[in-house]
Design a protein around this ligand. Structure first.
Ligand SMILES: Nc1ncnc2c1ncn2[C@@H]1O[C@H](COP(=O)(O)OP(=O)(O)OP(=O)(O)O)[C@@H](O)[C@H]1O
Ligand SMILES: [Mg+2]
Length: 527
């Protein structure tokens, strides 16, 4: 409920210790003051009792009359808190003493100490002392008993002219002392009960104030929590719920601003939803159209296969048969025409095959058969296929295959077609210089590069030569035959094998096509 990080907990835990410290401080000060007052009260009482007794017992001390002394003591022995009393006469001899029953006698029988005697003989002031004996505390007063000498009859006679003057000129003389002690037990008991009462009221007060602080912190933080809760709900999509913003304070204003923001957000959301619905509708329509087109395309390709490839294969077969069987029977012009026919028919068949391959890849009907690729054999095979087209007089063909390459696991048939298509292009677009095929492996990747010193690709064409039927600037150049499908097939096959292909080329300088494939397609899995 009170997580230490929450705002509520911070309010709570910052107020409780302040209140606690305040109450304790007030309690201690109060207790000290009460104790002081009570002690002063007892001390004052003891002082006035001692001084009164000192005054009233003057005659009894002078005469040392027991009954007079007893009578003087009667005035103090019955008083509340009374502990003990002693009256000392001349030369500090104890004349009489009395004590409360429970008091141990050692306390009063003691003679006056030297220190007391000196102090009493030098001054007529009372002496006070507070001390503890056993568990009890006492406040003790020592009041000197003074007498003025003029009270003697013969002196009165001498001074008969002006008695007052005579008395006032005489120094009061200390003729004894009263020692009176009151017990502080009642004061201490009062203080203890006060402490108990104060302690329990402090605990009750603290509990109450803790509850009040808690309620206060809940009251302060509730609107904030409500705001947070609502913000969470909004983030879950409940945008049309409003936070009550009835309090006119800052939190109320915050809630109003929040509601406005939510409303604006909701409106935006509705607009967005409507737009998405519209677009989805449009997309669905387009999709349907696309599916229809794709259906047409598939049907068209099936027809191409059936209506074009099959008869074309027969034409090529018959033409070859004719070529063989008419050996030596037809003129050289007729033979040339027959060879032209065969060449064109074969190119047409190649083009149809490329189209069908592409269609198959796009339809996702291409199976990936992962196996160990013998890259040197594969390159050897591809090289011998393109060699007849290579103008060996002006163009040299270089193979760079490191001897100890780790085995490559991929689809050998697809890789063969990739190499073949790239080599075909290199041969087709290079009239002199060299063609170099190189392979390497690094960081789990297999790299194959086909570099040539041919005509190069124009900067503007680089981005689209991998698209179907894109042939760039040479489109209308009769010298370079082709349909623009070779690189499109390379790109699709490389994608299927989980790799990538890039080209680096400049017009007149040559081109380098680099294919990167995973070394082990089994681990990566076909894409
Ligand atoms: N090695 C290269 N040197 C220069 N240009 C190239 C090279 N390879 C490809 N190109 C350019 O990219 C175009 C597309 O190549 P792609 O192999 O797709 O088609 P093509 O060779 O023209 O026809 P096809 O391969 O279908 O017989 C080419 O027409 C050519 O302009
Ligand atoms: Mg090509």
């Amino acid at each position: 409920m009170l997580r230490l990080t929450s705002f509520r907990a911070r309010i709570f835990w910052s107020l409780v210790p302040i209140f606690f410290a305040l109450f304790v401080l007030l309690g201690v000060v109060d207790l000290y003051q009460q104790g002081q007052l009570a002690e002063e009260e007892v001390a004052k009482r003891a002082q006035s009792m001692a001084e009164n007794l000192a005054y009233s017992s003057r005659l009894a001390v002078l005469t040392e009359d027991k009954s007079l002394l007893n009578a003087a003591l009667q005035s103090v022995t019955g008083v509340a808190d009374f502990a003990y009393v002693s009256i000392y006469g001349e030369r500090w001899t104890p004349l009489i003493n009395a004590k409360r029953k429970q008091i141990e006698s050692g306390l009063i029988e003691s003679e006056l100490t030297e220190e007391y005697r000196n102090k009493l003989s030098q001054s007529t002031e009372s002496l006070i002392k507070t001390y503890t004996r056993g568990t009890e505390r006492y406040v003790e007063f020592m009041a000197p008993i003074t007498s003025i000498q003029s009270s003697l009859p013969y002196e009165l006679q001498i001074a008969s002219g002006d008695q007052t003057i005579a008395e006032s000129t005489k120094e009061p003389q200390t003729i004894g002392a009263v020692r009176l002690a009151l017990s502080m037990t009642r004061v201490d008991a009062q203080r203890a009960s006060f402490l108990k009462w104060r302690g329990s009221s402090l605990v009750v007060f603290l509990c109450l104030s803790t509850i009040v602080i808690y309620i206060f912190s809940v009251k302060i933080t509730r609107p904030i929590n409500r705001l947070t809760e609502q913000a969470k709900r909004m983030s879950r999509g409940y945008l049309n719920e409003e936070i009550p913003a009835d309090s006119g304070d800052e939190i109320g204003q915050l809630a109003t601003a929040f509601n406005e923001m939510a409303r604006a957000l909701n409106n935006q959301y509705l607009v967005l939803e409507r737009k998405v619905a519209e677009r989805t509708k449009e997309l669905t329509k387009v999709n349907e159209k696309l599916a229809e087109t794709s259906e047409h395309k598939s049907r068209f390709l099936a027809n191409v296969n059936h209506e074009l490839r099959t008869p074309l294969s027969s034409i090529i077969g018959y033409a070859r048969l004719m070529q063989r069987e008419t050996e030596g029977q037809i003129s050289s012009l007729q033979r040339e025409n027959l060879e032209d026919l065969l060449g064109n028919a074969e190119r047409l068949l190649g083009m149809i095959d490329s189209l069908l391959d592409l269609a198959k890849i796009e339809a996702g009907k291409m199976d990936v058969n992962v196996g160990l690729v013998r890259i040197d054999e594969l390159i050897q095979g591809a090289a011998s296929s393109i060699e007849p087209m290579l103008n060996k007089q002006y163009v040299s063909f270089i193979r760079d295959i490191p001897p100890n390459m780790a085995p490559l696991y991929s689809d050998p048939e697809k890789l063969r077609q990739i190499v073949l298509n790239l080599l075909e292009n290199a041969v087709k677009f290079t009239d002199f210089g060299e063609i170099k095929i190189s392979v390497s492996q690094a960081n789990g990747n297999f790299k194959l590069a086909v570099a040539d010193s041919g005509i190069g690709v124009a900067q503007a064409d680089l981005k689209n030569i991998f698209e179907e039927f894109e042939r760039g600037r040479i489109t209308h150049d009769g010298n370079y035959r082709g349909t623009g499908l070779g690189l499109a097939i390379v790109k699709r096959l490389v994608d299927v094998l989980g790799g990538s292909v890039v080209v680096d080329s400049a017009v007149g300088r040559g081109s380098t096509f680099t294919v990167t494939l995973p070394v082990n397609l089994d681990k990566t899995g076909p894409v």
